[in-house]
Design a protein around this ligand. Structure first.
Ligand code: GLP
Length: 247
């Protein structure tokens, strides 16, 4: 595992954007795994700026998002589909048919999940996967559990995730309590993984995920055994790892 410390969350975003830009330039038909949440917003802004400066061409890039709430239409402003259009898709020359987000409104969620994994396979797998991390150690919506789930699946969100994410909804009751998420297996199959984290709320969990035991109780801990993981985090998020002399 490679750890890149950043002074600020803006610097974190620039470092991550450089990795994505290199990937896109060196393989213009790359398959990217994308994440939502507050942390990647700045990174997407950096990619848009590079595109506007004529440095990045997304016309042959394909994307697969990690997750989506069950029951939210694509035009709901808290759906991850909406988020991705707002944060990236509508501002670069990605082709609509190349952008994939699980459909949380599908009538048959099981089939939707199976098809999603199948589509990732058809595209040749993910070259570079972006991840954030939840305060409980979730990656995508793989919540702490008794085992690591493999493929894309429906999941009941934990009270901790509901508490953190409901702040973005007009009323907390509006927040769905279940989601579709790529599984740990689907994420693990990516050739390269970049996890970004910032701020003091992530300091405990970053330490536990990257230096604690590998356990499905901390889903991100599985990343310790992936062959190509880069953690990019600001000093606030790295505080515990640094205090323990681990970097
Ligand atoms: C969300 C998403 C995750 C994201 C995480 C952290 O619930 N499902 O993919 O990485 O929680 O979000 P944030 O970056 O806002 O802290």
């Amino acid at each position: 595992m490679n750890i890149i410390p950043a002074q600020t969350k803006e610097e974190m975003a620039r470092f991550a954007a450089d990795i994505f830009a290199d990937q896109i330039s060196s393989k213009p038909d790359s398959v990217l795994g994308l994440a939502t949440g507050e942390t990647p917003r700045e990174l997407y802004k950096e990619l848009i700026a590079k595109h506007e400066a004529g440095e990045l061409d997304f016309s042959n890039i394909s994307t697969f998002n990690l997750d989506e709430y069950v029951g939210l239409n694509a035009d709901h402003d808290q759906s991850y589909n909406y988020y991705m259009h707002d944060a990236l898709f509508d501002h670069v020359n990605l082709r609509d048919e190349h952008c994939h987000v699980p459909d949380g409104t599908a009538t048959d969620l099981e089939t939707e999940c199976r098809d999603y994994d199948e589509r990732i396979k058809q595209y040749g797998g993910i070259d570079l996967q972006l991840l954030g991390i939840g305060v409980n150690g979730h990656i995508a919506f793989n919540e702490p559990d008794e085992e690591f789930p493999k493929g894309t699946h429906a999941v009941d969100l934990t009270p901790s995730t509901i508490e953190v994410n409901s702040q973005y909804f007009a009323t907390p009751e509006e927040m769905p309590t279940s989601a579709l998420t790529m599984g740990i297996g689907s994420i693990f199959n990516a050739d390269r993984i970049v996890l970004i984290a910032s701020g003091p709320t992530k300091t405990e969990i970053l330490h536990d995920a990257f230096f604690g035991p590998i356990t499905p109780k901390v889903p991100a801990s599985i990343l310790q055994i992936h062959p190509d993981v880069t953690l990019i985090a600001d000093e606030e998020a790295l505080a515990k790892i640094r205090a323990k002399g681990l970097i």
